[in-house]
Structures are given as structure tokens and as C-alpha cells.
Design a protein around this ligand. Structure first.
Ligand code: SAH
Length: 615
């Protein structure tokens, strides 16, 4: 059947049968005023009309009733609208039809957020936490259904991931059973093949002659337990289904004479890609010189291809080094190259020409391939409580294909990782090595999360990692709630005025330096939070530091001691500088010492803001 519907921009229809349903519908309409349309009146006809007119329908109706009304109208999942059902009490938003293709899973999540309901998603891939191969944000082709099934069934799936310059084309985490050849269990036969490539050669038609074992990557890529050596070439059964993911790795540079026809541009583009064995699905933009901003044939070709067209100034193109400069072009345009230079300029640092300039009568084209950029996320996990892990941190953990961290922190969040995430956990003291591993993995093109408790930049891994990281990787910092912030919230308001954090660990910092800072904080009347305050082997530093503060502060100065802030074993003591028993302090503790104005009010530690208007 056909709908008079614009699948991309049509409205979200709201259909309700009861007062409660209409009230919930009002809330959605208020949240998305320009995107919703009400369908009132008898519910059967209303639902049928909404289904015909909308890109998505939210029915405040039982799933059974909805299915009975819509069953006779169902067409193709690629064209039918998404349908989400919300129950009378507004507790559940059920993705009923069009989970992936129609966007019902995503809509159920959005509806749930507005209504405070729970999204119910039953699509196999989403429910298992495994991405559907068609939802990885890359065009996908080949036998998607069969390969997805093999992935979900836990069968051995061969991952063939192209590299550019030794860097892997990007990929989200995939389940354990999807592995590159070098990591395949000995003797196992691939039940399916998943290829990540911008090349068409062999795609969808496994070529028995094609190499099956990509070069073994360096050590950090090896799965835990070894397997970093190339294995023998794998025999892939000819009947094994193959799916292909197309990363957005290519940029087309175009040049044209005045009056070129769109057909000529499209023809040259198509033959160039075909003859070079490159997939049009991996091209994500076009580029040319700004003088061609009004060249109708180019604009029409870009529109037909559905790709954005970058316009580069002549001077910018003249500055790009290209293999095939032309003096004739320089004379006419002012730059010795348009297509090659524009492609390279749009493809960014480190890009290479995959296809040098090719010509037809009035048009030139060149193809640049981007250098893959890895991503290093520095993720603070917060002080311990799960609900103090930020949604952004959670999203980065789920996005990572590789996780690097101290083993105890890894255990704190292991259940949040997507199946197949490579975990590289190590013990205390291996900071440098962890930082190096994380940066190396990102340099190889992977999405890496490097985790730390509290904030990853506070006495933690961000510094050693960024001391080594170059500008060839993307770095994303996700702030976390520090131990000091968590402890302060438990104690009251001890950090209400100027404060300093001081680590008492003299493993990497000479004691003289620590002592000088404690003295300065004492003289400056800063509230002081001591990190790493005391361990079995380091027991004299805390008393020494407190003695220095005591030279400038009254013995009655409030001190808060918080062990395991926000964790199950949280223990808080409010005492004074004169009476603190340091034996209650260990390494999972912070000690907060007030300034000369800090008071205990109703059992809570409070440092006044100290503004004059308060006096
Ligand atoms: N990046 C962390 C600090 C790591 S240094 C942050 O931003 O908080 C390790 C020290 O932090 C420990 O010795 C202890 O002093 C402190 N710490 C970490 N978590 C804590 C918690 N939940 N409760 C109390 N102190 C904690």
C-alpha cells in the first residue's frame, strides 16, 4: 500500500481513546509542538487515518487493540510508519511496529523520557544490547539479515576490517564472536563474514583468492589471552553469508568547465568509482573550488547524489600539494589543481589520493581517502554510586570498542559495556603503561575509553595520556564527580570558600614539595582536602600535614573524614583538628580540614561564603 506520507518529515500522530491517554498525548504535544498532530474521534478510524498520514504514530491504546486495527493495513517495514503504544497508566512505551527501520525503538525511548515511562523494545538486536548491522551509522549491504542472525546466535563471524596507513576504519563494538582472522579460534570455520571496507572488490561475493588474514595488529589489539600472531589463512565456506559496512571514508573532488551537464559529472563519477573498485556508499561529500558555486551541472549532480558540496577558495587549493598539477589550470583558475586539491582539502589531515585526477570532456574528478581518526574518551566514573555516573560517561562507555583502566574500576562498570568490548584492565602502579596502551589503540583508529574514578583528570589518567597523545586522534573528556565534591556534599558545605586539594602521596612528588604546598594553603587560610591521605606504608605524612595546618588554625577547626564516599561502605566522621584520630583514615578516604571561619552547624560542616553583606 502507499501512504501520502513524508517519511522523513511527516508528523507524529497522537491517537487516544481515554481521558488519561489524551492527557498523556497533551504532554507529548507540548514537548514537540511542531512535530505532532492529534487524531481525535472514534479510535479505530482515528488510528487508521494517522497510520496513513504520519511518519510515526503514538497510540494510547492496548497493543492488542492497536494490532487488530492496523493488521489489515500493514505494508512494508521500509515504508510503514513506526508505531508506539502507551498503556493507560503511562508506565510503558512499547515499540510495536517499525523498531529499526521505522525508528519506533528510538521513538519509544523519547516518549518514555517525556512521560517518565519505561521504553519496551523487543527487537532482537536492541534487546541483546548488540547493534543491528543496519543501525551502526554506516550504509550496510550484502546479506544483512543472515549475518546479523549469525552474530546474534553466537556463531563464529569473520571480521574483515580494512586499514588505511595501518589504522583501522572505525567500527563500534561487536560481540565476542565477531573476530578478525588472527583472533579466530583454531580450527573454527567462519559461519558468516562481516566486512568493513570502502572497496567493492569481493564485497558480497566472497573471493576465495582474497587474503583472509589481515596483518596481525600490534600487541594492544590482541584479545586477552594472546592470539596476536597471524593464524593460517581461514577457509571461508562459499555459502557463508557476507555483509559489508561502508565507512564514510571517501571524498570526491570535482572540477568542471562552464556549462558542464550534470549527466556528464555523474557518469564520470560512476565510472571512476567503479573502475577503481570503490563503493559510492563510502563517499560522504563532494568538493570543488568556490568559483564553481553557481555551476548548475555540478550543483545538480551533488543534489542527485544527495551529498554536500564543499567550496574551497582558490588560494586554499593552490596551497595543497597534488600529484598532477597543471599550468593550464593555474592560468585559467589560479590554482594548479581543482579536483585533487579540493578532494584532499575536504578529506583533512593525513588524507591520501585514492584515485588521481580523471577527465571527461568538461569535467575532472579525483578521490581522496581520509586517514581514520581514533577517539580517546577520558571518562570519570564518579565516586562510586551508580547514579553519580553521568549519562555522558555511560554513553562513552557504550561507544568504546576498547576499555582501558584499573581493574577495580573496570569491575565497577563492566555490566554497562556492550558485548564484545575489549577490556584491558591492569593493576595499581601501571599508570604509564595504561596511558600508553590507550593512546596507542586510539592511534590505530579505535574508539577507546580510558577510565578513572571521580574525575579522570584529577590525580588520574588524563594527564599521562595527554602527555603522549598527538593531534592525530580525537580526545573527549567526560567530567566526573570528584571524591572531594562527593565528600563535601556528605559533610555539608565545607568548600563554600576558597579551597585546595593536596595529595599526600609522596611516591611521585618529593615530600618537600608537598610540605611547601600544605604550608602555603595553611598561610592562605584555604580549606584543604587531602587525597591519598594515609596507607599502611605511608602513615606519618598526614599527621605532619595536620601539624602544619595547626600552626595557623585553632585546634577546634572542624575536620570531616569521609571513607568510601557514596559507596556501600561509606563512613563519615566529623571531628576537629585537635581531636582527629588518624588511624581511622585509609587510602579510600578524603580528609577535609576547614579554614578559620568553618563551623559545625547542626552536625554539618559549613564554611561561610564570607561576603561583606553577610557580616
Ligand atoms: N580521580 C579521583 C582521585 C583519584 S586519587 C577523583 O577525582 O576523585 C585516589 C584518592 O582519591 C584516594 O586515595 C582517596 O583519597 C580519594 N578517593 C577516591 N574515591 C573516593 C571515595 N569514594 N571516597 C573517599 N575518597 C575517595
Amino acid at each position: 500500500m502507499s501512504h501520502a506520507t513524508d517519511r522523513a518529515t511527516g508528523p507524529i500522530g497522537l491517537v487516544a481513546a481515554t481521558a488519561a491517554g489524551r492527557a498523556a498525548g497533551d504532554r507529548l504535544a507540548a514537548a514537540w509542538p511542531d512535530h505532532t498532530r492529534r487524531y481525535d474521534g472514534p479510535v479505530g478510524p482515528a488510528l487508521r487515518t494517522a497510520f496513513a498520514e504520519c511518519r510515526a504514530v503514538v497510540a494510547f491504546l492496548a497493543t492488542g487493540a492497536t494490532v487488530r486495527v492496523l493488521a489489515p493495513l500493514l505494508g512494508e517495514k521500509t515504508t510503514d510508519p513506526a508505531v508506539v503504544c502507551v498503556d493507560e497508566a503511562g508506565r510503558h512505551a512499547v515499540a510495536l511496529l517499525g523498531g529499526h527501520a521505522g525508528g519506533a525503538n528510538a521513538l519509544a525511548a523519547r516518549v518514555a523520557e517525556v512521560l517518565g515511562a519505561r521504553a519496551v523494545v523487543t527487537t532482537a538486536t536492541d534487546a541483546a544490547g548488540v547493534p543491528g548491522l543496519d543501525t551502526l551509522g554506516m550504509p550496510a549491504g550484502g546479506d544483512l539479515a543472515a549475518v546479523t542472525r549469525a552474530v546474534l546466535d553466537g556463531l563464529p563471524v569473520l571480521l574483515e576490517q580494512d586499514t588505511v596507513d595501518g589504522r583501522f576504519l572505525p567500527l563500534p563494538p561487536l560481540p565476542e564472536n565477531v573476530r578478525p582472522g588472527y583472533a579466530f579460534p583454531a580450527g573454527a570455520t567462519p559461519a558468516a563474514v562481516l566486512r568493513v571496507t570502502d572497496r567493492t572488490t569481493g564485497a558480497g561475493h566472497p573471493d576465495p583468492a582474497a587474503p583472509r588474514t589481515p596483518d596481525a595488529p600490534e600487541a594492544p589489539d590482541a584479545p586477552p589471552g594472546g592470539g596476536d600472531r597471524p593464524g593460517p589463512a581461514l577457509a571461508v565456506p562459499p555459502e557463508a553469508p557476507v555483509a559489508v559496512l561502508r565507512p564514510a571514508s571517501l571524498v570526491l573532488g570535482l572540477g568542471a568547465s562552464r556549462g558542464v551537464a550534470a549527466e556528464e559529472v555523474l557518469h564520470l563519477v560512476a565510472t571512476t568509482l567503479r573502475e577503481a573498485g570503490l563503493s559510492p556508499d563510502s563517499v560522504d561529500r563532494l568538493a570543488t573550488v568556490d568559483l564553481k558555486a553557481d555551476e548548475e551541472g555540478l550543483l545538480a549532480a551533488a543534489e542527485q547524489l544527495g551529498l554536500p558540496l564543499d567550496l574551497h577558495p582558490v588560494e586554499a587549493l593552490a596551497a595543497v600539494t597534488v600529484p598532477n598539477p597543471s599550468e593550464v589550470v593555474r592560468g585559467a583558475v589560479g590554482t594548479p589543481s581543482v579536483s585533487e586539491a579540493a578532494a584532499l582539502a575536504s578529506a583533512g589531515d593525513g588524507a591520501e589520493l585514492a584515485v588521481p585526477k580523471r577527465k571527461s570532456a568538461m569535467c575532472t574528478v579525483a578521490v581522496a581517502r581520509r586517514r581514520p581518526r581514533g577517539r580517546l574518551a577520558l571518562v570519570g566514573l564518579g565516586p562510586g554510586a551508580r547514579d553519580l555516573l553521568t549519562p555522558r560517561a555511560r554513553a562513552e562507555l557504550r561507544r568504546a570498542s576498547h576499555l582501558v583502566g584499573l581493574d577495580q574500576y573496570v569491575e565497577q562498570i563492566r555490566d554497562l559495556l556492550r558485548p564484545g568490548t575489549r577490556v584491558l584492565a591492569s593493576g595499581l602502579g601501571a599508570e604509564e603503561e595504561r596511558a600508553r596502551t590507550a593512546v596507542r589503540l586510539a592511534e590505530r583508529g579505535h574508539a577507546v575509553a580510558l577510565i578513572g574514578s571521580g574525575d579522570a583528570g584529577v590525580y588520574a589518567m588524563a594527564s599521562p595520556a595527554l602527555q603522549q597523545a598527538g593531534d592525530d586522534i580525537d580526545v573527549v573528556g567526560v567530567p566526573g564527580i570528584t571524591a572531594a565534591a562527593a565528600a563535601a556534599a556528605i559533610l555539608g558545605a565545607p568548600l563554600g570558600h576558597d579551597h585546595a586539594s593536596i595529595s599526600l602521596s609522596d611516591l611521585h612528588t618529593p615530600w618537600e614539595v608537598i610540605e611547601r604546598r600544605v604550608r602555603a594553603a595553611a598561610e592562605g587560610d584555604f580549606v584543604v582536602t587531602f587525597y591519598n591521605p594515609r596507607s599502611a606504608g605511608r602513615d606519618w605524612q598526614l599527621p605532619a600535614a595536620l601539624a602544619i595546618l595547626g600552626e595557623h588554625r585553632d585546634p577546634a577547626t572542624p575536620v570531616g573524614v569521609v571513607h568510601g564516599a557514596t559507596r556501600a561502605d561509606e563512613r563519615t566522621t566529623v571531628t576537629t583538628l585537635g581531636e582527629l584520630d588518624v588511624t581511622i583514615v585509609d587510602m579510600t578516604t578524603v580528609v577535609v580540614v576547614g579554614n578559620t571561619a568553618t563551623r559545625v552547624v547542626a552536625g554539618r560542616v559549613v564554611t561561610p561564603r564570607g561576603y561583606r553583606w553577610q557580616e
